[in-house]
Design a protein around this ligand. Structure first.
Ligand code: SF4
Length: 283
């Protein structure tokens, strides 16, 4: 893994495309992802994003944005005004193309410093999205932030198995991520489990019942078709994920499988679907 410290020119990105429905801004404390070679990295939506990769292999590099917190503090007022001029709340999605609690965070604490900067100048809404139970390292700070802005913790758990046959290990086990959801929910923090992208499930009734018992507010169900920012899932079709899913449950690579899972999930919890779910719409 090549880890490079970089100084960026900006940190709050005005959203476009798919993300425009979710938040006014995205914020990526790192570029690249230390989980790129784990199970989620295989079907990762940004795996083939040349803008980020610039010729480097996904999972082989992480750029650490060492001036992220400083940039946030310098530009927050301007970006908040920009959002208001668009008649939107100033909402931040962290993160869209990296994981804020990836291994490098233990050493560099870029995410933690950003959260500290947000405590001084909070956004109106903050969505924290991760695959890692290491988010628990910042639970106290996240709780404090939840008292001064509208905050949601999104933890990705694609399915009820740690990994699908043929996949490497996940960033954190399913059990650890469920435990993290429980910890956040028990502190009154709005917590959401994201099945994104939805994997074939072994026992959906048992899984959603278990999620309900953690106290989560909702689940998001996001199939790679429509969910990866393309209407036909073509970004994910370039990865090995559809082949792996097809081997286990051929129906799982088509949208009617998602709809079947949504129907089961709704017996237990409010459900958000793809971008609408990431934007906080649940029914
Ligand atoms: S944690 Fe997120 S950004 Fe990182 S490899 Fe997994 S899916 Fe991609």
């Amino acid at each position: 893994m090549q880890i490079t410290s970089v100084k960026n020119k900006s940190i709050l990105t005005r959203t476009t495309g798919y993300l425009k429905k979710v938040s006014s801004h995205s914020l990526n404390p790192y570029s690249g992802c230390g989980f790129g070679n784990s199970s989620c990295g295989q079907g990762c939506y940004v795996r083939f994003n040349e803008w980020i990769n610039r010729g480097r292999k996904w999972g082989s590099f992480v750029d650490v944005k060492t001036n992220a917190a400083e940039l946030y503090s310098k530009t927050v007022a301007r970006e908040k005004n920009w959002a208001y001029n668009q008649s939107k709340p100033f909402s931040v999605f962290m993160s869209s193309s990296t994981d804020p609690w990836q291994p490098a965070e233990i050493k560099y604490r870029i995410t933690r410093n950003l959260l500290l900067a947000m405590k001084i100048s909070p956004p109106d809404e903050l969505i924290l999205q991760t695959h890692s139970s290491a988010i628990l390292d910042d639970i106290k700070l996240i709780h404090e932030l939840s008292l001064i802005c509208k905050l949601r913790v999104h933890i990705s758990i694609e399915g009820d198995q740690d990994r699908l046959p043929g996949q490497p290990l996940p960033p954190s086990s399913v059990e650890d991520r469920i435990r993290a959801l429980k910890e956040f929910s028990s502190r009154g923090i709005f917590s959401v489990c994201c099945l994104s992208p939805l994997y074939p499930l072994n026992d959906p009734e048992h899984f959603f019942n278990k999620l309900k018992s953690t106290g989560v507010a909702a689940v998001i169900i996001d199939h790679f078709i429509l969910g990866d920012g393309t209407s036909d899932g073509s970004r994910t079709q370039k990865t090995s994920l559809p082949t792996i899913m097809k081997k286990i449950k051929p129906e799982s690579i088509h949208l009617p499988y998602r709809d079947k899972v949504i129907e089961i999930a709704r017996k237990y919890l409010p459900v958000g679907i793809s971008a609408a779910g990431f934007a906080g719409n649940f029914s």
